[in-house]
Design a protein around this ligand. Structure first.
Ligand code: PEP
Ligand code: MG
Length: 324
């Protein structure tokens, strides 16, 4: 199998029906970057910046951060890197920050909520990213956005930081894309304005699923209870893709499920054109996508829905076994 993946490494993920799916990788540490070359990923669809904060015992300085991000961009050699701003709180607590005693940290003061309430760290991070871009393009994404106003406030921080950088005489990025992670159900139902304003969206399926089914992703007893290919969840995802398509907003899926071949195939069949996953999953996902016709898979999904199946998994698996 390894041999087969290697042979398609430099080939695009084009399905039998001719649809091209962009496959990117998730990363978070310098050690992940060599995978960009080895896996055949087209870029980094999710760079979890909090990991570099978590492996330290004190808050990094802006110059250190900027140097780190420069190295990431250098290693990417022009491939797009989506830097997600700090997603701390919840399961990720910085050893040098006073922990909050919260009854439900996953639904607590985390991610962009911390970023907006205490903007010091976010501003430092944005400055470090802008300097690392060194006059080239920059892509930033905010985690755990739950409503349009939060996205606007974060975007305003980006604009203010750009102005400050210009005043200080620093070279500005040649372009800057500002996206949001869609990982709370509320954002899926945001007004059309949101989908028009945001430069791109990425579905954080791990969190979105936990809040959609009200099933803690950290709790072994419940986390596997609800299938990602559950009809309710797929319908919700398809709806989000339709909203994005209506406003020409690029959307990707970057939760762990994007790296599971059958899930990835179903996501492509309901309209996703970009997936981001751990590097080792790129080969297996690409291999399956290249063998499938999305129209057939979409039909299998629609039929399973009509029959009232709870999850489309069995039907899709049966179809795949019969075909291949
Ligand atoms: C997600 O929630 O799906 C996601 C990609 O972010 P994280 O797993 O870091 O919360
Ligand atoms: Mg998340």
């Amino acid at each position: 199998a390894q041999e087969r993946y290697r042979s398609i490494r430099d080939k695009p993920a084009v399905t039998k029906c001719g649809t091209r799916i962009g496959l990117q990788m998730n990363a978070g540490l310098m050690a992940d970057l060599p995978s960009l070359e080895n896996s055949g990923a087209e870029g980094v669809g999710l760079f979890r910046t909090e990991l570099q904060f978590l492996v330290r015992n004190q808050m990094p300085r802006r110059s250190e951060l900027s140097a780190l991000y420069s190295r990431v961009l250098e290693a990417a050699q022009g491939k797009r890197v989506v830097f997600r701003t700090l997603d701390i709180g919840s399961d990720k607590v910085l050893p040098y920050m006073k922990p909050n005693d919260e009854p439900n940290p996953a639904m607590g003061w985390r991610a962009i909520r911390v970023g907006l309430d205490k903007p010091g760290i976010m501003r430092m991070q944005l400055q470090a990213l802008m300097r690392a871009a060194n006059g080239g393009p920059l892509t930033v994404m905010f985690p755990f956005v739950a409503q349009l106003e939060e996205y606007r406030a974060a975007r305003a921080e980006v604009d203010r930081t750009l102005e400050r950088e210009a005043r200080l005489g620093h070279t500005l990025p040649s372009s800057i894309e500002v996206g949001a992670m869609l990982e709370t159900p509320s954002l899926g139902f945001a007004p059309p304005k949101f989908f028009e304003e945001v430069d791109f969206l990425s579905i954080g399926g791990n969190d979105l699923k936990q809040f959609f089914f009200a099933a803690d992703r950290e709790n072994e007893r419940v986390r596997r209870r609800y299938d990602t290919l559950n009809v309710s969840f797929l319908t919700f995802l398809q709806d989000i893709v339709a909203r994005c398509d209506a406003s020409n907003t690029p959307v990707s899926f970057c939760g762990e499920d994007a790296g599971r071949p059958v899930e990835a195939l179903c996501f492509a069949a309901i309209g996703f054109r970009h997936l981001s996953m751990r590097p080792a999953s790129i080969g297996p996902v690409k291999s399956l996508l290249r063998r499938c016709d999305l129209n057939d898979v979409a039909r299998v999904i629609a039929d399973a829905r009509t029959r009232g199946e709870m999850s489309v998994r069995e039907s899709v698996m049966t179809y795949l076994r019969e075909q291949y």
